[in-house]
Write a protein that binds this ligand. Structure first.
Ligand SMILES: *Cc1c(COP(=O)(O)O)cnc(C)c1O
Length: 461
């Protein structure tokens, strides 16, 4: 008999969850104005809102925290983190920041200016925000296969080399501060970039004299997919693959809340001393002195340890198999999900789930509310609410894909929890024809409305 797969860790500390009744949830979601961001965490049984900062630290990380050095300057925790970053990722210079977007703020303050072009693969929203805030433009050069949910492609995060070269040809290098490669790419749900593509992007950027930046939040999950899917990498260790990946980058920004398995933190990795000196000034202004940059010593210690744990095969195998486990269960139930499954989340196609609900009634948000009512599971809408209104016409923008994201925190839930999520969604799927009333907006902010939007149920006519 083949042995079944089992998690590569056991549980030492537990956090109790509170179950609730459907009647309680009906009350709570109404009070939350049908916006799941407004729920209190104790009103949630299984929280799949995000994988950012929600992971469970190991005993080794917790014990490293006790050894944190809280000296303002020159703390041993800083050197521990510096060594981990140079050892694993190959960057001789680094700056700690309080999270990923802070790393973007510091680095882009040096590099990005009015009228610049920043090509990349479906820039993350904070990355795009920090580019556009500086009156520069983010140009999406992701391969077209990424936008077709039916196409099975092993590396849907790849950059289209021809599209990239077009940007390079049409603009002088002085107007292109860098090309940003997002690992893994969020566009269609944690899709990886191949080593071949990293190599090609780097070679092309060199030819045109442009720097390469890796937006690296999920770099280790990307390395796992390279090992599993790309020819020639099956026998290499995750750390060998990671080291090779970062050879093709001049700089990196990191949200440590993802693959470094800590609850807060970030950093910038650099290979040029001059750039480091310039960025240091902004780091001191925005984040803190260069040997702590908005992080406590204990947090830097936990992060250094998290980088080592996050780059082991067994940990990544457990994580990514759990995501795929949920995806496969949903698929078995006939529920429309995006393929191939990505590294950190499963995406349910709300357009296919609730095709009869008018799009103006927010299909994915309606589905999120129904899933919460069914079992206290909190997922997140990646659809019309998130897409905001057109800045000129003020009309709703209807994105091609209307998705419900089930984001899996690292090392937090068991496969029994995944089983429950799948069954709850199956129950909603079975009664989907009875879901005839969606939601309408009562109150919304002019941008980033999804965080604070207030909704109510559409009355029956
Ligand atoms: C999360 C994330 C960021 C922003 O990091 P924060 O820590 O949330 O500020 C940037 N880029 C990518 C790819 C991310 O996943």
């Amino acid at each position: 008999m083949n042995l079944p797969f089992a998690e590569s860790y056991k549980i030492k500390v537990v956090e109790n969850l509170r179950k609730s009744t459907r009647r309680e949830r009906e009350q709570w979601i109404k009070e939350a104005r049908y916006n799941l961001f407004n729920l209190k965490s104790e009103q949630v049984f299984i929280d799949l809102l995000t994988d950012s900062g929600t992971g469970a630290m190991s005993d080794q990380q917790w014990s490293a925290m006790m050894m944190g050095d809280e000296s303002y300057a020159g703390a041993s925790s800083y050197y521990k983190l510096k060594n981990a970053i140079s050892d694993l990722l190959g960057f001789p210079y680094f700056l700690p920041t309080h999270q990923g977007r802070a790393a973007e703020n510091v680095l882009f303050s040096v590099l990005v200016g009015d009228g610049d072009m920043v090509p990349g693969n479906s820039h993350f929203d904070t990355t795009k925000g920090h580019i556009e805030f500086r009156k520069a433009r983010a140009v999406d050069c992701t391969i077209s296969e990424a936008f077709d949910t039916q196409v099975d492609h092993p590396f849907k995060g790849n950059i289209d080399i021809e599209k990239l070269e077009e940007v390079f040809r049409e603009h002088p290098a002085s107007r292109i501060p860098f090309v940003v490669v997002t690992l893994t790419c969020n566009s269609s749900g944690g899709q990886p970039v191949s080593m071949r593509n990293l190599k090609d992007v780097h070679a092309l950027a060199r030819k045109y004299g442009v720097r390469v930046l890796f937006d690296s939040a999920r770099f280790a999950e990307n390395a796992y997919f390279i090992k599993m899917r790309e020819e020639g990498y099956g026998d290499k260790t995750i750390r060998e693959i990671v080291a090779e990946m970062f050879q093709y980058a001049d700089m990196m920004t990191m949200s440590s809340k993802k693959d470094a398995i800590v609850n807060i933190g970030g950093f910038i990795g650099l290979k040029e001393e001059e750039l480091f000196n310039k960025a240091s000034t902004y780091n001191i202004m925005f984040e803190g002195f260069i040997t702590y940059g908005g992080m406590s010593g204990r947090d830097m210690n936990a992060l250094a340890q998290g980088l080592y744990e996050g780059t082991t095969f067994d940990y990544l195998d457990t994580r990514i198999r759990q995501v795929a486990y949920l995806g496969s269960r949903l698929e078995e139930f006939g529920i429309p999900v995006q393929k191939p499954f990505g590294g950190h989340a499963i995406f349910v196609d709300a357009n296919k789930f609730l095709p009869n609900l008018p799009r103006e009634q927010f299909r994915a948000q309606t589905l999120a509310v129904e899933l919460y009512l069914e079992a206290g599971v909190r997922a997140v809408e990646i659809g019309t609410l998130l897409a905001d209104r057109d800045p000129e016409t003020r009309e709703n923008r209807y994105p091609e894909l209307e998705l419900l994201r089930l984001t899996i925190p690292r090392r937090v839930y068991t496969n029994n929890h995944m089983e429950l999520v799948a069954a709850a969604l199956k129950n909603v799927y079975n009664r989907r024809d009875s879901i005839t009333r969606g939601l309408k907006i009562v109150n919304e902010a002019p941008i980033m409305r999804h965080f604070t939007v207030e909704l109510e149920k559409v009355e029956s006519v």
